[in-house]
Design a protein. Structure first.
Length: 567
């Protein structure tokens, strides 16, 4: 036919010959084998998802599984709604307005900006003058004890000593132990001191890190590698309290570890160990507990978690980053305490921040392991790199030896007696503030302390008022407290600077609560619905708490991170 391409005669004959031979020699068993392979693949697929479904039902129960599916569906549908053309435009406009308002606070409009290298280097006096201006920029007065956490010591004598130590090792880098042997010695001794503090057994080991997040990341990585090497686990999962530090969730995202979050119900606000046990399966690589947790300052039932870890032959990590150099001294200081460290046989790793209540310069933490073998699972070694054999103990390659020197100087300067005394002051003041909240007529009727905090953090929520309005009221009085969610609350992390002004804190809290009560009474008299006062904290967490899908909050948070680097 015209316009139709045809194969050459010789080629068509060849194809016909192959077709005739294949028909004559067709083997029915070949088709049977293909069907068998297909059926096996389908069976394995079905088995995998059936097993996952059974694990879900075992861990969450029928009602819990249905509730989780409902929440997931609601979140997905709301996400689709937010992406609708008209809605998306309006949401983007509101996010941009909020970020613009935030930018006016974070990035001063009248400040001189240096966006390129100066043509000629500045004179030292000019540099010092600019540094002084930067140090004295308008900020929340941590020096006066008005900040929850953040700065844990801040006294001039220790700051001076740390600065001297830093100056002696400014160029030091632990990646070259032969060039800087003093830094290697100090780092090893810091780790040994912290191991001793947490009653580590013979053969225990540890490393120093840049902070609590890196310490937690390394513990999670070690557990993942251990499970892969020893049990062949390729789809790792870990189980943590909903109050565990968000660094565990970061580890899950970074290292592809599935996260199971377990409720910490009232009145104890400790992790529900029975629910933890139900979630354990053959892919579980790590159990987690806090001593104490960041949101509420509650120590989980580490003893029960330890027994469970031993029974299931699983690693147990205890996050002591916030408790750091307070929790080990509770007993000697005469305060109530509970078991939490290596004396519990199931505890296999602990994270402890030396830059919190160890009073070291920021950028110092440790992760401790029951054995050297566990520590080795976090190592990175490349024997074939063209630059030579490369080995590093953790995430970083080059590290600031000056920070290690500042940490070592802090630990040996304060000493056991100094840390015991600071524990008495800080935890003692926390007990006073806790008692004041529970007994003051102005506060006890309105504020409810969450759980039984044993260390330095006190979290409370409001029975009738908007707790975020109270947070904004405290901000207006110069305080920087931590807003929490799920449930809405505020916490105060007591530090040595706060010890000196805790009575002012209590008085301001009473005044703010009473002021919010007056506002509510006025609204009720006028017949108006009680609503937020519109402060920054109330606005942010009011939005976050009302949305089933948090993508708007994520966009605002990413915008905030962008602003951090706006010169």
């Amino acid at each position: 036919m015209p316009g139709t391409s045809r194969l050459p005669v010789s080629l068509r004959e060849g194809f016909n010959t192959v077709r005739r031979r294949s028909r004559a020699g067709w083997d029915p068993s070949l088709m049977l084998n293909l069907d068998l392979i297909r059926n096996i693949v389908f069976f394995l697929f079905l088995l995998r998802w059936t097993r996952r479904a059974l694990w879900k039902l075992k861990g969450r129960g029928l009602l819990g599984t249905l509730a989780e599916l409902y929440a997931d569906a609601r979140r997905a549908l709301y996400g689709l709604f937010l992406r609708m053309p008209g809605v998306r435009t309006q949401v983007r406009k509101q996010v941009d307005e909020a970020l613009s308002k935030l930018q006016t606070k974070m990035v001063p409009a009248n400040a001189t900006r240096y966006l390129t290298l100066p043509k000629e280097g500045w004179a030292e006096d000019a540099v010092r003058k600019e540094l002084e201006a930067l140090a004295t920029m308008d900020h929340t007065r941590w020096e006066d004890g008005y900040v929850s956490g953040a700065v844990y010591h801040g006294e001039d004598d220790l700051l001076k000593l740390q600065t001297e130590a830093y100056g002696k090792f400014t160029v030091a880098n632990p990646i070259h132990p032969d060039v800087f042997p003093g830094v290697r010695k100090m780092e090893a001794e810091v780790v040994a001191m912290v191991l001793s503090l947490f009653n580590a057994p013979p053969g225990a080991a540890g490393v120093s890190t840049s902070g609590g997040t890196e310490s937690i990341l390394m513990a999670c990585l070690s557990a993942r590698q251990k499970a892969y090497v020893e049990r062949g686990v390729t789809e790792p999962e870990m189980i943590l309290p909903e109050t565990a530090h968000t660094a565990f969730r970061k580890a899950g995202e970074y290292f592809k570890i599935k996260i199971h979050v377990v409720a910490c119900p009232a009145p104890s606000y400790q992790v529900d160990v029975k629910r933890v046990a139900r979630l354990i399966n053959s892919n579980t690589i790590l159990l987690v507990g806090s001593a104490p947790n960041f949101p509420h300052g509650i120590i989980d039932d580490i003893s029960a978690l330890s027994k469970l870890a031993l029974k299931k032959r699983l690693p147990l990590h205890v996050d002591c980053c916030l408790g750091s150099f307070l929790v080990p001294f509770l007993d000697k200081a005469g305060f109530e305490t509970v078991p939490f460290d290596f004396r519990l046989k199931g505890v296999t790793s602990i994270s402890c921040d030396t830059h919190k209540y160890g009073f070291a310069p920021k950028g110092n933490s440790t992760v401790l392991y029951r054995t050297q073998a566990l520590r080795a699972y976090q190592y990175f070694v490349d024997p074939s790199w063209s630059g030579g054999v490369y080995a590093s103990p953790g995430m970083a390659g080059s590290r600031p030896g000056a920070l290690i020197a500042g940490c070592w100087a802090s630990l040996v300067s304060v000493g056991e007696a100094g840390y015991l005394e600071s524990c008495k002051q800080i935890v003692g003041t926390a007990k006073k503030l806790l008692n004041h909240i529970n007994t003051s007529p102005a506060l006890s009727a309105e504020l409810e302390v969450l759980g039984n905090p044993l260390v330095s953090v006190i979290a409370f929520r409001s029975r009738n008022l908007n707790i975020y309005d109270i947070a904004d009221g405290m901000t207006a009085r110069g305080w920087h407290l931590n807003a929490l969610q799920n449930p809405p609350a505020i916490h105060v992390a007591l530090t040595l600077p706060i010890v000196k002004v805790w009575e002012r804190l209590a008085a301001d809290l009473e005044a703010v609560v009473e002021a919010e009560r007056e506002k509510e009474r006025a609204r009720l008299v006028e017949g108006k619905k009680v609503q937020s006062g519109g402060g920054d904290t109330a606005a942010l967490y009011g939005v976050a708490g009302s949305l089933p899908n948090k993508s708007v909050v994520v966009d605002m948070a990413k915008g905030f991170l962008d602003l951090l680097y706006k010169a």
